[in-house]
Design a protein around this ligand. Structure first.
Ligand code: 3EB
Length: 335
């Protein structure tokens, strides 16, 4: 591990001005634009999270991942990526209309293709360990070909894990949310060294969910604790009001938010135990909060402020959550 190889996360409501996009800031690994599509540009990875911020009218938020050293840019299949000696950040966006698979659905085929490209790239670049993945699936709850689209996505993702002999219990931290019509969009952060996978004893691991949630299980861990020289990063996956494998507090968005924060609290405690220090705390995480119904935003925010305290740093967006009875979901990260 290169001693200078650190990672920095930065939020801004102003797009970095990069007048010559063929030569972005050399240490910029990549970015995501929350609330508005960013123009597709060759040369460096950018994810569009095509769903509105809350409250209504909030400006587009730009999230940047910086490395401490200059990045090498590359393109592999449909992936655009940036790499440092130990890290790789990439984005792949696929239009499922281009897929006409002999078996499965266009979306399951697009998901499988995206993950196969990711795994092949990580092998070639010798950064095999996926730490964190952000999945955005158009119209995630719509049923077509007799199967909810989230479940179609899970089939394709699971098949790619199998094809590359990736054990599902060493999956990355992840989120999977629904956005408006457009491409399937996947951003990922990978490294030469593994992250520590953390599960939540209050919840059945998603990779062994029973088949009532779909023919193939999701492939993510509840959190990932990643060490870079001198830094420990905690990536908390999309977390919801699930206990065991069941949704709890159906119809009560404030109670769902409180239950979600209990789940996140358990993950933070376990991360601190593994770190051997009280490095992380709810009051110092950086949260992204997905709310299914925009009108629920004030209730979710209030419950979150009560759980976290006045230092709360959170970005809210309207998005569809991957079970119809989940009204919200929260992900978080900290360093
Ligand atoms: C859950 O706990 C809620 O499919 O990658 C959260 C995080 C959820 C990631 C994924 C799904 C995913 O099952 C949904």
């Amino acid at each position: 591990m290169n001693a200078a190889d650190r990672l920095r996360f930065c939020l801004s409501e102003t797009a970095l001005s990069v007048p010559d996009l063929s030569f972005p800031e050399p240490t910029l690994l990549g970015m995501s634009a929350v609330g508005a599509p960013c123009a597709a540009v060759d040369g460096w990875p950018r994810q569009s999270v095509r769903t509105p911020r809350l409250p209504a009218g909030a400006p587009t938020l730009y999230e940047y991942w910086f490395a401490a050293t200059s990045c090498r840019r590359g393109r592999y299949g449909d992936i655009r990526y940036s790499a440092t000696p130990s890290l790789l950040f990439g984005v792949v966006e696929l239009d499922e209309a281009a897929f006409t698979p002999a078996s499965g659905t266009p979306l399951s085929a697009a998901a499988e293709t995206a993950y196969r490209q990711i795994f092949a790239l990580l092998a070639e670049e010798d950064r095999p360990h996926l730490w964190r993945v952000w999945n955005y699936v158009p119209e995630i709850n719509r049923v077509e070909h007799s199967l909810e689209r989230y479940r179609q996505f899970n089939i394709g993702r699971h098949q790619a894990f199998g094809a590359f002999e990736r054990p599902v219990d060493s999956s990355p931290a992840a989120c999977a949310l629904g956005v408006g019509p457009g491409p399937l969009s996947i951003a990922f952060l990978a490294a030469r060294t593994p992250a520590d996978a953390i599960e939540n004893p209050r919840q059945v691991s998603a990779f062994v969910y029973p088949s009532q949630y779909g023919p193939k299980s999701p492939t993510f861990t509840r959190a990932a604790l990643a060490r870079l020289e001198g830094q420990a990063w905690l990536f908390i996956s999309g977390t919801a009001s699930i206990v065991g494998h069941e949704t709890v507090h159906v119809g009560d968005v404030a109670a769902q938010t409180r239950e979600t924060m209990v789940n996140i609290g358990v993950l933070v405690d376990e991360a601190n135990r593994r770190l051997g220090a009280d490095g992380f705390s709810l009051s110092r995480l950086c949260y992204r909060v997905y709310v299914r119904h925009a009108a629920d935003y004030p209730l979710v925010r209030q419950a979150l402020v009560e759980a976290v305290g006045p230092t709360l740093q959170a970005v809210y967006v309207q998005a569809d959550v991957c079970r119809h009875d989940l009204l919200m979901e929260i992900e978080a990260q900290a360093c």
